[in-house]
Write a protein that binds this ligand. Structure first.
Ligand code: MV4
Length: 454
């Protein structure tokens, strides 16, 4: 069993991991940047090591400093949280070479799934439904245009090493293809140093549905149901919920089977997420697999009663899963709203600064995951997410009512936040009817904000 864990992250996820360790009797080491000296994770951990200046590249992304901090503190494992080095194959390889347990899958699996073209082919071979598209890497625009003609327009051109929307362009007709391809490829070259592209049919107005899976090192794989993450802006999720209003028990069984098949095909170990696109006619397609714990994991925790961070740590310690698929029951409905320091009226411009007043909600069925406190100075260097507000109700309607109450009670003074914007989404009749897809925020005016206009 892991004795001492270093958390290579900051903010609410670092705090979430420290709390899980404390419950499990595992000692914790925080790493922090000079800008995070007063941060909650720095104060809550048993030990804390400064790893460099504020900018991430010099601290939370600095592999040598993080490995050194691990060895110096005598920690035997690293939990990467999400973002930063969590899906960095090179960092995980580094850990493996230093005999440090990485809480996540091994570097080979991260590399195979990080290349979306390879992941796609793995899933085709395993019989997991994928979106019609190319089965070979595409490097030049002429070959690409021929393939696009064959697939049928509209198409989407994606970078093999992409994900989260980078190096991705759509083309609705042959006329648009050349510019879209070259733009996506150039973006991929700059962001990933790689020109490998692939092409798929462009699925219009789908939902984003992702399945949580757990896989142990003995080869057992289970799924914990889905999260509906359709409410997003610029590939940043805003609201996530479990279960999805669009998924019947029968469809959940079929998608869950596909998710487990996908994880097995990838020889996956630890907690992972299979992303699908879901069409109105219940057709679903594998999109990519995320190899980290995700921001929105609490909604799955609440409908299944499990602690996903503890499960990750147990799996990384070599323990087998102590439940099987038939033990997984989805109970009630959970919703998460991400509270960001940003101004929706000003194109969601980030709003770092001093928190001068704070009241967070609580009570029956309300959970707040955050690292902020009254008097906390939000540094300008990192992600704008301040808190996750999570509620659990008997059903979706009940959960929406709880979330409206919780958002209505929330007071964060000194900076701009998206709390009112989130409240307005929950008031929207289409949202309340469960009538959502990935274009929701582009096709609805929320709090006077039309995203396509700003
Ligand atoms: C797609 C798609 C439609 N058709 N692929 C977005 C990021 C990356 N995970 C892949 N993405 C998409 N791939 C095909 N063939 C639409 C998206 C997409 C999207 C997916 C999920 C959630 C939000 C999204 C926003 C824009 C585009």
């Amino acid at each position: 069993m892991i004795q001492k864990l270093l958390i290579a992250n900051r903010g609410e996820i670092a705090v979430r991991i420290i709390r899980a360790c404390r419950e499990m009797g595992i000692a914790t080491v925080a790493v922090y940047s000079e800008a995070d000296k007063e941060s909650l994770h720095t104060q809550l951990a048993d030990e804390a090591v400064c790893i460099g200046p504020g900018p991430s590249a010099e601290s939370y992304l600095n592999m040598e400093r993080i490995i050194s901090a691990t060895l110096v503190s005598g920690a035997d494992a690293i939990h990467p949280g999400f973002g930063f080095l969590s899906e960095n194959e090179k960092f995980v390889k580094f850990c493996e070479q230093c005999h440090i347990t990485f809480v996540g899958p091994c570097s080979d699996v991260i590399r195979s799934l990080g290349n979306k073209q390879i992941a796609r082919n793995t899933m085709v071979a395993a019989g997991v439904p994928v979106i019609p598209g190319t089965d070979c890497s595409i490097y030049d625009v002429e070959t690409g245009a021929k393939e696009a003609e064959h697939i049928g327009y509209p198409v989407i051109i994606k970078a093999a090493l992409g994900g989260g929307g980078k190096g991705m362009r759509t083309a609705h007709s042959p006329k648009e293809f050349q510019l879209a391809f070259l733009t996506a490829q150039k973006e991929s070259q700059i962001a990933f140093g790689d020109r490998t592209m692939y092409i798929e049919h462009f699925v219009q107005h789908p939902r984003h549905i992702e399945f949580q899976i757990l896989a142990d090192s003995q080869g057992h794989v289970i799924h914990l149901g889905e999260r509906d993450c359709s409410i997003q802006r610029n590939h940043q999720k805003m609201i996530e919920e479990a279960p999805s209003a669009a998924i019947s028990d029968d469809l959940r069984k079929r998608m869950g089977k596909a998710a487990v098949k996908a994880a097995k095909a990838a020889q996956y170990v630890n907690a992972g997420t299979i992303e699908f696109l879901l069409e109105k006619n219940e057709k679903f397609y594998f999109m990519e697999m995320n190899t980290r714990i995700q921001v929105e994991h609490p909604v799955t925790e609440w409908v299944t009663g499990m602690d996903l961070i503890k499960e990750q740590i147990r799996i990384a310690s070599g323990l087998p899963l102590n439940i099987s698929q038939k033990d997984v029951k989805i109970q009630g409905h959970a919703i998460e709203c991400r509270i960001n320091a940003e101004n929706p009226q000003k194109n969601f411009r980030p709003s770092p600064g001093l928190i001068t007043g704070l009241h967070l909600p609580g009570g029956n069925g309300v959970r707040v995951d955050t690292a902020i406190y009254n008097g906390y100075q939000i540094p300008p260097y990192y992600d704008s997410m301040l808190a996750k507000l999570i509620v659990h109700g008997l059903n979706r309607e009940d959960a929406i009512a709880k979330m409206r109450s919780a958002l209505g009670e929330t007071i964060i003074e000194g900076i701009d936040t998206n709390v009112d914007y989130q409240y307005e989404i929950l008031e929207n009749p289409d949202y309340q009817a469960g009538n959502v897809d990935i274009e929701f925020l582009n096709t609805h005016v929320i709090a006077g904000v039309n995203i396509d206009e700003v």
